[in-house]
Design a binder for this molecule. Structure first.
Ligand SMILES: Cc1cc2nc3c(=O)[nH]c(=O)nc-3n(C[C@H](O)[C@H](O)[C@H](O)COP(=O)(O)OP(=O)(O)OC[C@H]3O[C@@H](n4cnc5c(N)ncnc54)[C@H](O)[C@@H]3O)c2cc1C
Length: 428
């Protein structure tokens, strides 16, 4: 279609399908933690999710590999404890997606959160600097949800962007986002028989898988293909890179899904042929959603910078401490390496509550990977061990603001702590 071609949608009256103190948009790992954090403060919460499950990249994206969790407490540790105790832990920080869904749903139901699946937030109503309602499309049609505080946990910062918040996306040098990947669930072979292939400490497993794929004539678009062992016979495969995919590029996302599924299918077919130990490998399913490593970084009251990483800056209002290296997957095809730090050597640094408050609105908070930060900062705090505490922190900040009857931006750090904020760091 030509850019200026359009149709006019007449205004119409919409049913009000819900009203709550806090509306959390997106039930990914950050959204679930945000909803629980707010509910724990004794306020009412509605959680709106476009897919049919909680967990985001951990479930619909099939990549429940949790990095940077060791120095964290709260919901993240409760979930990891459950996953270990219920036998749902695989190797190298990976977990069975179905167990993640079960635990998240159980916690949400027990906390009294109203969960609404298949509900895509697609518009925002505002009065000045305040969001009054979000509009969503669901099996019930087009409908509105009113709230007092809204938390954008869509990963891509979609709701804040719809509300007119400023944002950035991609590498400032090239304008391009990190590569995306479609993950897949495989099975049919015994874990011991293919121990050389799966992820262990270091790169040995990845390099073996790469060599075997190349031997099979399937040179992968991701130079560090990885097989995560979930159980003795089930594995998650991450073996492709899709480039130039922005969060609002619906056609690009569709094309990338088709291309990735084709590549995964041929990789499995190729591997089956080259060695007897892997001849029975089968592709069980590809993920329901393309995994976008990068979406919008919404302008916040405080935007984390490369300087914060290099200095290892601490913050008085810390939500969590990031301890991982910068992890950038290349934005162009045929890159020599699968990922790298872009020359930025990060030291452990704090994410402040101020990075979770949208700069352009008074009652919009940010949870997960869409908080305020630059390209390199995002490439560290985006991992699950940080995205989850960030989501929980946003929820607790919303709850504390409502209980104290103040705007989120003036919630006192002591009140954030009193409501359970930052349970993993020493308090001042
Ligand atoms: C391919 C890939 C591999 C990764 N590997 C690792 C790893 O090994 N270890 C690690 O720790 N981290 C990894 N990450 C990073 C990490 O998983 C994500 O950054 C993290 O999931 C961010 O959580 P989130 O809740 O902010 O976003 P998401 O997980 O993206 O969740 C967002 C949720 O919002 C929903 N949503 C989106 N838009 C709307 C809307 N308009 N209305 C309603 N709902 C909406 C989505 O369906 C989804 O459920 C990886 C990421 C990707 C993409």
């Amino acid at each position: 279609m030509q850019q200026d071609e359009a149709v006019y949608e007449p205004g119409r009256k919409l049913p009000l399908s819900g009203r709550a103190d806090v509306i959390v948009c997106g039930a990914g790992p950050a959204g679930v933690a945000a909803a629980l954090g707010a509910a724990g403060c004794g306020v009412s919460v509605i959680l709106l999710e476009s897919t049919a499950m909680p967990g985001g990249i951990m479930t619909s994206g099939m990549m429940p590999n949790v990095i940077d969790a060791d120095n964290k407490g709260g919901f993240l540790q409760k979930m990891l404890r459950f996953l270990h105790e219920s036998g749902a832990a695989g190797n190298y920080n990976s977990y069975v997606p179905e167990a993640v869904k079960h635990f998240m749903e159980d916690c949400l139901v027990k906390a009294g959160v109203r969960i609404r699946y298949n509900t895509l937030v697609c518009a925002v109503l505002k009065r000045g600097r305040e969001v009054t309602a979000v509009i969503a499309e669901s099996p019930a049609g087009r409908e509105a949800f009113e709230g007092r505080i809204f938390i954008d946990c869509t990963g891509n910062g979609t709701v804040a962007a719809l509300a007119g918040c400023r944002f950035e996306c991609g590498d400032p040098q090239t304008g391009q986002p990190q590569a995306a990947s479609l993950c897949a669930l495989c099975g049919g072979v015994n874990a011991e028989d293919i121990a050389d292939y799966w992820q262990q400490k270091g790169d040995k497993g990845k390099l073996h898988l790469l060599a075997q794929l190349e031997k099979a004539g399937c040179s992968p678009s991701y130079q560090m293909p990885t097989l995560f062992r979930l159980t003795n016979y089930e594995y998650l495969l991450m073996s492709n890179h899709e480039h130039g995919i922005f969060p609002d590029d619906a056609d690009g996302i569709s094309a990338a899904l088709i291309q990735a599924r084709r590549e995964i299918f041929s990789q499995i077919a190729g591997l089956k042929k080259i060695a007897p130990e892997i001849a029975n490998l089968c592709l069980l399913t590809t993920a329901a959603a393309l995994g976008l490593r990068e979406g919008r970084r919404i302008r916040a009251v405080y935007n984390l910078t490369t300087a914060d990483l290099l200095a290892g800056r601490t913050q008085p209002d810390a939500v969590c401490r990031v301890t991982v290296a910068v992890d950038i997957h290349p934005s162009v095809a045929n890159a020599k390496s699968g990922y790298g730090d872009g020359g930025v050597k990060a030291r452990p640094y704090d994410v402040p509550l101020r990075s979770l408050i949208a700069a352009d609105l008074d009652n919009m908070l940010l949870g997960g990977r869409c908080i305020g930060g630059d390209f390199y900062a995002h490439a560290t705090y985006r991992v699950l061990g940080n995205a989850i505490p960030i989501g929980e922190g946003a929820g607790i900040m919303a709850g504390a603001a409502l209980r104290k009857n103040v705007l989120p931006s003036v919630v006192k750090v002591e009140d954030f702590w009193a409501f359970g904020g930052n349970p993993h760091q020493k308090r001042g």
